[in-house]
Design a binder for this molecule. Structure first.
Ligand code: NAD
Length: 465
């Protein structure tokens, strides 16, 4: 049983799908582990440490050769998997919505693509939840980024020269990332308020010592599976009215609001940003899905005419590449443990397991996930053999002058590290029978991008009371 880990090809991706620690665990499960040279470099895991942990370190071709399992952060190009065993499991954030053609190419390449972001949110699978592990880090990093761009102190400071008032931080969306942002801002001494459209979030916000703000007009907009539903027009108007009054008094706003399968809701209008004092900072964690702030430019940090800074990093978890890789790779190991017969030390996938059913996208040459449809008939079907199409990352690269280490994404695309893709139906329904899988052999690859992003420019702050 060979497990391969390739260097991530997506521009700006800093993370890696296995660390020396998880290599040791994978070997303990009976696997031979092969790592492509340099795979962990941007996350600060040197090749020598992988070798010390027992992995073989080599070229991409040697790494992928005869692999039974390929661990990845982002969806790999089908062409990069050439040489893997037929039916090899390719496990990572597949970001399938809007990228159905690439999923079809993986099916055609004969691999079994497994989307970790489709993992059901049940107790047993909490240790495998990549959305939560990465969102936790992103929520923390959002506050750190805000503090870095803020020209004043976060906590109240009483000094001989006088008192500095604490910063006021408003967190919009109190899910995993939002709650971590609240906790981080509290630890830094800020006065924190938060809002969400799910009434249940109120208690969680208050348990962290922040004040929960919600309009009476909006009792509860909980949807299915603990997620939010989209607001009606009236509810949106009531929320906007509440937010408009509150935001004008804030120093820092952190937005994290998402709705499964929809573009991020627009919560902060241009006028609201203009109502804030110079030096205010807004961090839009939903930038990858189009942003919660009207003025957000995904992948960019901008300063408005009234002196507010809006930070729109995508792949925020990737800004903490070491921690993010550690958590992500442990999520993968936890899932792999359910796919391997530990006694016999062989792959033993139970295709009826609800975790497997929910996450497997392709199998035996076909797309098998009921939520992913791809019309193989038209032109697209004739193209997968084109190596350039198969190897080129589909997303636009983040603008060069920009600080973000992540690829810019369109609003409609679900996030990988990010990209939220939810509500996987626990049913496997093959949508098409494909001919015998045939691997493509192209080698085209993108270079990894620079690792760390520059800090956003700070601006002069003068908060309002
Ligand atoms: P998410 O990333 O889908 O959305 C972030 C937050 O934005 C959510 O709290 C959502 O309610 C909120 N939101 C949506 N529209 C909004 C709007 N218009 N205004 C303000 N806020 C808005 O959510 P998430 O972080 O994945 O968490 C969703 C829920 O799932 C939470 O209750 C979380 O505790 C729960 N969860 C459960 C598990 C599990 O394994 N059981 C794991 C992770 C999260």
């Amino acid at each position: 049983m060979k497990i391969a880990v390739l260097r991530e090809r997506a521009e700006g991706e800093t993370r890696v799908a296995a660390t020396p620690e998880t290599v040791t665990k994978l070997i303990g499960l009976g696997a031979d582990v092969a790592i492509e040279a340099g795979a962990g470099e941007l996350a600060r895991f040197p090749d020598a440490d992988y070798a010390k942990a027992g992995a073989s370190v080599g070229t991409a071709a040697a790494t992928i050769k005869s692999a039974d399992i390929v661990l990845t952060v982002r969806r790999p190009a089908a062409a990069s998997l050439s040489g893997a065993s037929a039916g090899a499991l390719v496990i990572g954030a597949m970001d399938p919505y809007g990228n159905e053609g690439d999923i079809a190419a993986l099916a055609k390449a004969g691999v079994t693509a497994v989307a970790m972001e489709f993992m059901p949110r049940i107790t047993r699978a909490q240790v495998m939840d990549i959305l939560s592990s990465q969102a936790n880090l992103a929520g923390y990093q959002a506050v750190i980024d805000a503090a870095g761009a803020f020209d004043r102190a976060m906590p109240m400071m009483m000094t001989a020269a006088g008192t500095v008032r604490p910063a006021k931080v408003f967190v919009m969306g109190a899910g995993v990332a939002g709650l971590q942002a609240i906790a981080t801002a509290k630890r830094l001494g800020a006065v924190v308020t938060a809002t969400d459209v799910r009434a249940a979030a109120g208690e969680q916000v208050e348990s962290l010592g922040a004040k929960f703000i919600m309009t009476d007009a909006l009792k509860d907009a909980s949807g299915t599976g603990g997620y939010a539903r989209e607001l009606t027009k009236d509810e949106q108007a009531a929320q906007a009215e509440l937010v408009a009054g509150h935001i004008a008094k804030q120093d820092i706003v952190i937005t994290t609001a998402l709705i499964p399968g929809r573009p991020a809701p627009k919560l902060v209008s241009k006028a609201m940003v203009e109502s804030m004092a110079p030096g205010s900072v807004l961090v839009d964690l939903a930038a990858e899905r189009g942003g919660n702030i009207e003025l957000t430019q995904p992948g960019k940090t901008i300063t408005t005419a009234n002196g507010a800074t809006i930070i729109g990093y995508t792949n925020v978890a990737g800004r903490l590449a070491t921690s993010a890789s550690q958590l992500y790779s442990r999520n993968l190991v936890s899932f792999l443990e359910t796919l391997i017969d530990k006694k016999e030390k062989v792959l033993a996938v139970n295709w009826d397991d609800e975790l497997v059913k929910a996450t497997v996208l392709t199998r035996d040459g076909a797309i098998v996930h009921p939520n992913i449809k791809f019309d193989a008939a038209p032109a697209a079907a004739a193209k997968p053999a084109d190596p350039k199409k198969a190897a080129a990352p589909k997303k636009a690269a983040a603008p060069k002058a920009e600080a973000s280490p992540a690829p810019a994404k369109t609003a409609a695309v679900a996030k990988p590290t990010g990209g939220k893709v939810k509500k996987a139906a626990p049913v496997v329904a093959p949508v098409a029978k494909a001919a015998a899988p045939k691997k493509t052999a192209a080698k085209a690859e993108a270079k990894p991008a620079a690792a760390k992003a520059a800090k956003p420019a700070a601006s002069t702050a003068k908060g309002k009371k």
